[in-house]
Design a protein around this ligand. Structure first.
Ligand code: ADP
Length: 288
């Protein structure tokens, strides 16, 4: 196919355009391949719980018809499978929404302190079940607020995904630390974004991730241990969503990990001035 395009190109175009055309064709082929893989993966992920649901429906209609104890057990499994499908569909929708928005940088200013507090409150049950301690380690200049250039809804999703993972993959009874540091002009941290920024690190004490997996973690459906991820209710899309949100905010994500000790996911976001911060609607209405 490529050879045919090259021959056609030689007759009609100059050398530069031939190269551009070949490059475009290769990139287009790669995008098609990725799209195909994505659809195949998404279908497979949906098909597994669906097949299980259909199997249990047959069993409930037949062999388990007169066995209330078995019925209860199967209904619980069916509930888990339905929840899994529902998480997957909502992650797929989030991913496609975020991908559409990726080239439109957000314009608002958001206080990450408020967002992180709300997320940890929402994760109260998971935190309690695993006896995890959440520790906030904020540099002195960020004690009152953490103003960043960004959109509250997608930043909530970003840190929700990272904190859920830290709790999910963290060992029972350990600590998850949220460390925030600001980098102003002249500081080493300015290098990352080339402008004043805030680094938010989510540090867990868990399984850790073998080094060879780290570069692929933000690919859709990439998991270190697929069975374990599914058992913990994972969809394999959380970090892909994180990556797209970080890109949209012109930020940077770094991942450091040590097997058996834990992982650190650090997000660098553009810092805003406190004076640029708009009070969220719910907070302004409280003032009235
Ligand atoms: P999942 O829904 O499977 O958690 P993610 O996209 O959020 O999907 O993460 C991809 C994979 O990266 C996970 O399946 C897991 O193997 C690994 N991973 C993510 N976060 C952590 C963490 N904090 N500790 C260890 N492994 C992690």
């Amino acid at each position: 196919m490529l050879a045919r395009i090259a021959r056609m190109s030689e007759q009609t175009w100059d050398g530069t355009r031939v190269i551009i055309s070949l490059h475009d064709q290769t990139a287009a082929k790669k995008v098609d391949q990725m799209r195909g893989d994505f659809i195949a993966n998404a279908s497979h992920e949906l098909k597994t719980p669906l097949a299980s649901l259909m199997g249990f429906i047959e069993t409930l209609k037949g062999p388990a018809k007169d066995d209330p104890e078995a019925q209860q057990r199967f209904l619980n499994i069916m509930q888990d499978q339905s929840e899994r499908m529902s998480h997957l569909v909502s992650d797929l929708l989030s991913l496609s929404r975020i991908e559409l928005l990726e080239h439109t940088p957000p314009t608002g200013v958001t206080d990450l302190n408020i967002i992180i507090t709300k997320i940890t409150e929402g994760l109260h049950t998971q935190i309690q079940n695993k006896q995890i301690t959440i520790r906030k380690d904020l540099s002195p200049d960020l004690q009152d607020s953490i103003p960043v250039l960004g959109d509250a809804e997608s930043l909530t999703q970003l840190f929700q995904n990272l904190l859920e993972n830290a709790i999910k993959y963290g060992h029972k009874g350990t600590t998850v630390t949220i460390r925030c540091k600001a980098y102003g002009p002249g500081s080493q941290g300015m290098r990352r974004l080339g402008r004043p920024s805030v680094a938010i690190a989510i540090i867990d004490q868990g399984d850790g991730i073998p080094r060879e997996h780290i570069p692929r973690l933000t690919e859709r459906f990439y998991r270190v241990d697929a069975a374990r991820s599914r058992e913990l209710g994972g969809t394999g899309l959380g970090l892909a969503i994180v990556k797209h949100i970080v890109n949209r905010h012109r930020g940077v994500l770094t991942i450091d990990s040590e097997v058996g000790r834990g992982s650190t996911f650090t997000v660098y976001l553009p810092k805003a001035a406190v004076s640029e911060m708009n009070l969220p609607a719910w907070e302004s209405s409280n003032l009235a």
